[in-house]
Design a binder for this molecule. Structure first.
Ligand code: GDP
Length: 612
């Protein structure tokens, strides 16, 4: 290939080959792939108006721009994709159960407790743990390891439930934002003396956005002024209708301090899981799961609590967990007791890792230490380069249109934050009233009063949502996080402005709708047989214009005989013409032989319908 000079730089151009680069790659990485000197790429970019150093990591757009300039097709690979490929290169598949349907065994549900502050989440988690401790003979001091498992009897069967010991939706959503789906079911705690509060609905939003079933624990029923029925009726507004009201959600009255109603709550969790979820995993494969908590212990080194999601983890196995690896030296349960193995849904503390993994990192068992080390090292290297890179911009109102056109997205998810609850509700109402037809869905997955928090941004990341701020701004580092993660935040102070803009984006999102426009009609007066051309209709144009090439249908006695025809030939006196107006006679060929005198030929076209 010729080497044209770009801004005075001699560089061999590609011929459209695909080049794969990881997100946050540097010009040096690019140069390596195409076998040129990195310095020359720096110069090319400089002439394109961007100044970067050879080792600095650059964003997706810049890589694409450079690729286009040099005639390479650049594919930027996401970290998740890369990790999958990395594991695949070791013949490991993460996230899927191995084997056939018959290898899957039921596994306990994993539950997160959420609710408004002071409604008793922590007390409830204590009560559940304690009730269960009494039931077991084995003593031991329970300690917080991030999750615990309890046993309850339902219909004569011993059933296990795993509780995540960090209450609240912050952790839940932060995990989801990292792609770790750990929670199967949410227990929503609502204090009976206080009712539904902002964080109650926030928690609800998070759970519903994740599509996780909810069991409601109506707490503090021992208190004076407790009104458990009110909680039930309040929550119907949010789509949680109690069974006794004809709905599907189980509500259980409990007192976390008196420890009453706990068994009923556990039963409700099991019943809801049985009814709504099909929780099964293969216990016989090599273990995989997620780290839910980790810290550095002075005496024991890195300690990580992992939740096994499939397979069974055994002491002595080699594991990788995020960028940490090692051999499982010991496993401890929530009572500080040693356990030799951990089946699906079992949380255990693992000792023996080389480093402290992050919450939400995946873990998996590999064949030997060497593989574990290689995977960990490659992840670390990748993480280092990715850290500097700007993250891919996520959904923005502007890109909705093209996302829709390419069929990528048919739903706009919004999180609405406002200064007072009245404005949030008004805005949500108005937005939901925008008539966008059936093709596009507008879903408000979160709403609340007050500044835009990190938590909102995390929810937006996890659910690919746009945040609408009405008279509010991001609090603390939320703005920074949003910017880094490319979350679109829209600020408004006038409601109709917000509605106009979102409506416009939604309409842009809509697939074009077509309607038929009638062009003309002609009555058949005579039928001519023309060799090779078939039957030609000698007609009188009754209305509009008959145009050659337009779509046509044949109507006999008011009934459509054939649709989907085309005006193939159109003649006036022996001459081919392109159109014939009403009142004139002509010969029309529609490629259809069964035509009769008195039939009507209608022509029409499909026009894009403007949205109203
Ligand atoms: P969290 O912020 O949701 O974790 O709430 P806590 O578990 O810390 O409880 C907040 C307060 O409510 C504490 O003072 C608890 O003692 C009290 N509390 C929790 N559950 C009950 C209950 O069932 N009855 C009564 N009377 N008080 C409760």
């Amino acid at each position: 290939m010729q080497a044209p000079a770009i801004g005075g730089v001699q560089i061999p151009r590609g011929n459209g080959q695909v080049i794969r680069l990881s997100r946050g790659a540097s010009l040096t990485d690019f140069a390596d792939k195409i076998g040129v000197n990195p310095a020359s790429l720096v110069q090319v970019l400089f002439h394109l108006g961007e100044m970067v150093t050879a080792t600095q990591s650059v964003n997706d757009e810049t890589l694409q721009l450079l690729g286009a300039e040099l005639n390479y097709s650049v594919q930027v690979v996401s970290p998740e994709e890369e990790d999958r490929e990395l594991l695949e290169s070791f013949h490991i598949e993460f996230g899927e159960d191995e084997g056939a349907e018959s290898d899957l065994q039921p596994r306990p549900p994993v539950v997160t407790v959420m609710g408004h502050v002071d409604h008793g989440k922590t007390k409830l988690l204590d009560a559940i743990r304690h009730t269960n401790m009494v039931a077991r003979e084995a003593g031991g001091i329970t300690q917080h390891i991030g999750a615990y498992q309890v046993t309850t009897e339902v219909d004569g069967d011993e059933r296990k439930i795993t509780f995540i010991d960090t209450p609240g939706h912050e952790a839940f959503t932060a995990m989801r934002a990292r792609g770790a789906e750990t929670t199967d079911l949410v227990v929503l705690v609502v204090a009976a003396d206080d009712g539904v509060k902002p964080q109650t609905t926030e928690a609800l939003n998070h759970a519903q956005a994740a599509g996780v079933p909810i069991v409601v624990a109506v707490n503090k029923v021992d208190k004076e002024g407790a009104d458990p029925q009110r909680v039930r009726s309040q929550l119907t507004e949010y789509g949680l209708v109690a069974e006794e009201f004809g709905g599907e959600t189980l509500f259980v009255n409990v007192s976390a301090t008196q420890r009453t109603g706990i068994d009923g709550l556990l039963e409700a969790v099991v019943l809801t899981a049985d009814a709504e979820l099909d929780l099964r995993a293969n216990p016989s494969q090599e273990a995989q799961g997620v780290a839910i908590e980790a810290h550095l212990d002075r005496g024991r080194g890195p300690v990580a609590t992992v939740l096994v999601q499939r397979g069974t983890l055994h002491v002595g196995e080699s594991i990788v967990c995020g960028e940490a690896f090692g051999r499982v030296r010991a496993m401890l349960d929530e009572n500080g007791e040693q356990v030799p193995d951990a089946p699906p849904s079992r949380p255990v503390q693992v000792l023996g890792l080389t480093a402290v993994p992050g919450a939400g990192d995946n873990f998996l068992v590999v064949t030997d230490d060497r593989v574990a080390r290689q995977i960990a090292e490659r992840r670390e290297a990748r993480e280092r380069s990715a850290q500097f890179a700007q993250r891919r911009p996520r959904v923005t109102l502007e890109d909705l249109e093209s996302a829709l056109r390419s069929g990528e997205r048919e739903e706009l998810r919004l999180i609405i934050k406002g200064d007072v609850s009245g404005s949030v509700e008004a805005l949500e109402d108005a937005l939901l009233k925008i008539d966008v037809g059936e093709d596009v869905l507008l879903r408000v997955i979160g709403r609340g009063v007050g500044a835009i928090t990190q938590d909102d941004v995390n929810l937006a990341i996890a659910s690919d949502a746009v945040i609408v701020g009405f008279n509010v701004r991001p609090a603390g580092r939320a703005g920074e996080l949003a910017q880094r993660e490319g979350v679109d935040i829209r600020y408004y102070s006038v409601i109709y402005q917000a509605i106009d803009e979102i409506e416009a984006a939604l309409k842009g999102m809509l697939k074009p709708e077509f309607e038929e426009a009638q062009l003309g009609s002609a009555e058949i007066r005579e039928v001519f047989r023309v060799p090779r051309a078939g039957n030609i209709a000698g007609s009188l144009v009754r209305s509009g214009t008959i145009t050659r090439g337009s779509k046509a249908r044949l109507i006999r006695d008011g009934v459509v005989v054939s649709d989907n025809l085309t005006v193939e030939s159109l003649r006036r006196f022996k001459e081919d013409v392109t159109e014939v107006r009403d009142g004139y006679e002509c010969g029309i060929g529609i490629g259809y032989n069964d035509i009769k005198v008195g039939d009507v030929i209608e022509t029409f076209e499909m026009r894009e319908k403007p949205r109203t």
